[in-house]
Design a protein around this ligand. Structure first.
Ligand code: SF4
Ligand code: SF4
Length: 90
């Protein structure tokens, strides 16, 4: 699972930066094309839900998704990792 902020829905209220126990959401620094400062993600792979939802079979934590007034936060399925051969030349 991967944490995503929808740039078009976010209004920059920063509520998500207040609730995450891991401080994954940080106040943004630059305006997007709509003139909104969207929060930045700091190592989003630390998110409890992203790491453990498959293991527990249900949504965990989810505070950021619940508090966002614009439904701008979601989790996306990631493509399974495809191992591939690497040729090393000496
Ligand atoms: S809570 Fe939602 S709308 Fe507010 S800054 Fe976070 S992502 Fe954007
Ligand atoms: S689900 Fe919880 S741990 Fe994951 S980003 Fe949202 S608030 Fe943080």
């Amino acid at each position: 699972m991967r944490l995503v902020i929808d740039q078009d829905r976010c209004k920059g209220c920063n509520l998500c930066t207040l609730v995450c126990p891991y401080r994954i959401f940080l106040p943004g620094k630059t305006l997007n094309r709509k003139g909104v400062v969207v929060p930045e993600l700091d190592r989003p792979e630390r998110c409890t839900n992203c790491r453990l939802q498959k293991l527990y079979g249900r949504t965990l934590c989810g505070l950021c998704v619940m508090i966002c007034p614009d439904q701008a936060i979601r989790w996306e399925e990631e493509e399974p990792h495809e191992p591939h051969k690497v040729a090393i030349e000496y």
